[in-house]
Design a binder for this molecule. Structure first.
Ligand code: ANZ
Ligand code: ZN
Length: 820
């Protein structure tokens, strides 16, 4: 009997698959399509970790299963190859970022191949390659033409550690998403992409993604942060009735306004404080605030600080004077940068009014009886009825939310509006290892886009990495250029694109990876898009997934692809833990995938990782679990060796004896379960355990029972395990004389008739005590069952000398005889 030696058979089959192009994308248009995609890795110098292995194993099982089910499957891979680590390696160790990256890409590709993942390598995409990034530039120009890319001077997030700006999405709790340094504010002129134009489309699209986790959709909705409310115009008499608008979600509380607050950066502040007693103090306050991060200003534990400007605004409906303050908690880039203070009905305003001794005026009261002059101990934020609100008294606050804005609109004092938390995508980075923005500045022509025929704008090599400035600015050959429009002297944009652009369209490039004219042809993209099953970490719930949705929608609007959502089904796999905590270098609990593969083989690693937990749950790495998976594969191996002889002259299955009937039924139940578990429920662990039970049944199958049924069970076990353990099953398939690759076989069908059980076991009780068991045809009626129960020797024995009072038959379950 041959021994199971994964170290020999795995490389052997990997070479054979490559030679025979087994995983080349099938373009038979008669087949339905399936696009299976795993997030491509960042090629760090570390190689693959177990999180990758889990990610790819899930995608590979699905891709292989769908192929066997008769789909044409697109299952590509690539590398998200631009980014800071390459540049940091250049600064710290003087290595060339490109070489560093390409080496890492090579290593990761080899490791992915060693895992036996069924990628179509011919479609490999590396985002740092000029033949990819020229089309990132092409897309930037498309955005620019469509008015979706613009330059603006703005207070932007600045990471002092990475010395570059960051998009809002890349600031997590006030810190850099990459290095965790506290983010600062800086005034800079930068490129932005107008994602805010797509806020409503991005929200609406979420409602058409039933296969996305609710949690992820909620995070995106939250991030977009659509608030319905009103804009209300106050006027400032001392500035010649200059208008100042506030944004509020509670226009019903308008009569409760006792002050107004402007953001420190609000453009009216300098005029308002001129010559006022607080002028100097406020000027200094404004300066400090400009450099403070959003978190430092608005965090829940941050003390609210404000100053009275000494100026007043006129209330739009009562005409009363309302003092104008500036305070840290009002942000310039939300709503209008100005708020109306309603301390009676807003907790934050209540605290502020208490602190600065501002009046509190209540205008919403509980339904029913109330005391209109009751003093409040806290803000009243519930529903209620309006009072002290002029002509609106007596309305419910819900009605007032509609009526007050309508009334204001009629009088030209504002009206209903919506506000979004989403900001435009800050797109510039002052870094080298990214995609150059294809723009030229000319003294006579201004901002000039590089013509598409001249792309790519190549990253230059003559740069200095000293960690003190953007290396691109040090390249003479890059910076100095000629204007594409007038031919005069011009200067190149030295900002590169946020590397998140690279991963925002790579899934489209895979559909047409060798196109040299355009990013991808519409017919190719439409053949495959949208991605049917996308697997990757939940840390991308907002960043990558939001940007990809945005870019896809823009390309859809530009007529480049029919799909307006890129991913039909997004599946975030659970984390891989060791001893209950995340595997990480700092904890010293990293299990290296390559070591496991060397020791047990890739099939065991894949099998373990899919078997040890449902795919969305955390998975605790365990050495004994790995051993267990290895033992199971050995058990399958030995089982096939034992019965390989059957296949030289294979008998037809004739499941007529009891044992054969039972095995036949279990086989077909297993096929049904495994098909549903993989194809419908994406639950791989339960699929594997069903196959394990089937293997047990095959081991227990008696010598004398039907050999044909046994052969069928053995063969189909091999087929069902093919997506999980692709190498071993390929080897076994060849041993049992299978034709071609096991991965090119049709997935086994189940026999519907075999699933129906024709007999059931029932218990027979006497006075509630189980006395016997019966096997009856499922079709038997109550009378027949009762008769059969009474005929049993054991039952007759127990009933001896007793009188039968009653017989209760519960079909398929039990017979209870009441006797005394
Ligand atoms: C008056 C009011 C009364 C408010 C009340 C709330 C309760 P969301 O849901 O987040 O959109 N606000 C508006 N612009 C702001 C800014 N730039 N910086 C800080 N706060 C701002 O919240 C909108 C509410 O947040 C607005 O409604 C406003 O306070 C405040 F009983 O106006 B409200
Ligand atoms: Zn010019």
């Amino acid at each position: 009997m041959k021994k199971y030696e994964p170290q020999t058979i795995e490389p052997k089959w990997q070479k054979a698959w490559q030679r025979q192009d087994v995983y080349k994308t099938d373009d038979d248009k008669n087949k339905p399509k399936f696009y299976a995609l795993e997030m491509f890795p960042y090629p760090s110098g570390e190689g693959l970790h177990m999180g990758h292995v889990r990610n790819y194993s899930i995608g590979d099982v699905v891709a292989r299963f769908k192929r066997m089910k008769g789909f044409r499957v697109l299952h590509p891979m690539g590398a998200d190859a631009f980014g800071l680590p390459a540049e940091n390696a250049a600064i710290q160790r003087g290595v060339n970022p490109r070489e560093w990256t390409l080496n890492n890409m090579k290593r990761i590709r080899e490791e992915q191949a060693r895992l036996g993942i069924s990628y179509d390598w011919d479609r490999y995409v590396g985002t740092c390659e000029p033949d990819y990034y020229r089309f990132s530039q092409w897309l930037f120009l498309l955005f620019y033409e469509r008015g979706l890319a613009y330059r603006k001077q703005a207070a932007v997030n600045w990471c002092p550690n990475c010395s570059t700006v960051l998009a809002n999405e890349q600031v997590e709790d006030g810190r850099c998403w990459r290095c965790d340094a506290e983010v600062e504010k800086k005034e800079l002129e930068q490129w932005f992409l107008k994602i805010t134009d797509y806020a409503d489309k991005l929200l609406e699209g979420l409602d058409r993604l039933p296969k996305w986790p609710e949690k992820v959709k909620a995070m995106q909705r939250n991030w977009i942060g659509k608030s319905k409310g009103a804009e209300i115009t106050f006027t400032i008499p001392e500035l010649g009735d200059e208008k100042v608008s506030v944004f509020t979600t509670r226009p019903d509380t308008l009569y409760g306004v006792t002050y107004m607050v402007l953001a420190p950066e609000h453009p009216l502040v300098p005029q308002l404080i001129q010559g006022k007693p607080n002028e100097e103090t406020i000027r200094r306050f404004v300066k400090t605030m400009q450099n403070e991060s959003e978190l430092a200003r608005t965090g829940s534990d941050v003390e609210k600080v404000g100053y009275d400007t000494g100026a007043v605004a006129k209330h739009p409906l009562t005409g009363e004077d309302v003092p104008i303050w500036v305070a840290n908690y009002v942000l310039m880039d939300y709503g209008t940068g100005a708020v109306m203070g309603v301390p009676a009905h807003d907790e934050r305003d209540f605290a502020f009014a208490r602190k600065y001794d501002l009046p509190i005026r209540r205008v919403i009261f509980p339904f029913g009886t109330y005391d209109p002059d009751e003093k409040l101990e806290a803000a009243y934020t519930s529903e209620g009825v309006l009072d002290h609100s002029g002509p609106f008294n007596g309305l419910s606050n819900k009605e007032a939310m509609r009526k007050i804005p309508e009334h204001l609109q009629e009088k030209g004092l504002g009206g209903p509006t919506v506000s979004y938390r989403l900001r435009d995508w800050l797109f510039s980075r002052q870094r080298y290892w990214g995609c150059p923005i294809p723009i030229v500045y000319c003294d006579s022509c201004g901002v000039v886009p590089v013509p598409k025929e001249e792309l790519p704008v190549m990253l230059p090599e003559d740069v200095v990495f000293d960690g003190k400035r953007n290396p691109l600015t040090t390249s003479e050959t890059f910076v100095h250029t000629t204007c594409p429009s007038c031919g005069g002297k011009a200067r190149r944009e030295t900002d590169t694109m946020d590397t998140f652009i690279d991963s925002s369209w790579y899934f489209l490039r895979y559909t047409d990876p060798h196109n040299e004219e355009i990013p991808f042809a519409a017919d190719k993209a439409n053949e495959w898009m949208p991605v049917d099953y996308y697997i990757g970490g939940i840390e991308h719930a907002v960043l990558h997934l939001l940007y990809s949705r945005f870019v896809t929608k823009v390309l859809h609007d530009a007529g480049m692809v029919n799909a307006d959502e890129p991913f039909t089904h997004y599946f975030p796999q659970g984390m891989v833990l060791k001893d209950g905590s995340k595997m990480s270098k700092s904890k010293g609990n990293v299990v290296s995938p390559m070591e496991i593969i060397e020791r047990y083989g890739a099939d065991t690693a894949r099998m373990f990782i899919l078997f040890a937990a449902p795919p969305d749950r955390e998975l605790d790495w365990s050495d004994s679990g790995v051993e267990g998976s290895y033992r199971f594969l050995n058990r399958v191996w030995r089982m096939v060796q034992q019965h390989a002889g059957l296949f030289s002259n294979r008998p037809q299955a004739k499941p007529e004896d009891e044992a054969a009937k039972a095995l036949y039924r279990q086989l077909h139940q297993t096929i049904k379960k495994v098909s549903d578990d993989i194809g419908e429920r994406y639950q791989f662990n339960t699929a594997i355990s069903a196959v394990m039970e089937l293997v047990n049944a095959i081991y227990a199958y008696p010598e004398e029972a039907d050999r044909g049924t046994l052969a069928e069970a053995v063969e189909k076990t091999v087929l069902m395990l093919a997506p999980f353990a692709p190498h071993m099953t390929e080897e076994l398939w060849s041993q049992i004389g299978g034709e071609g690759s096991v991965h090119a076989q049709a997935w086994p069908m189940f026999d519907e008739k075999a699933l129906v059980q024709d007999e059931v076991e029932m218990v027979v009780q006497i006075n509630g005590k189980v006395r016997d068991k019966l096997v009856v045809p499922v079709s038997a009626d109550k009378d027949a069952i009762e008769k059969l129960a009474m005929e049993q020797d054991r039952i007759q024995h127990f009933l001896d000398g007793k009188t039968i009072r009653k017989v209760i038959v519960v079909p398929k379950k039990l017979v209870n005889i009441v006797a005394n």
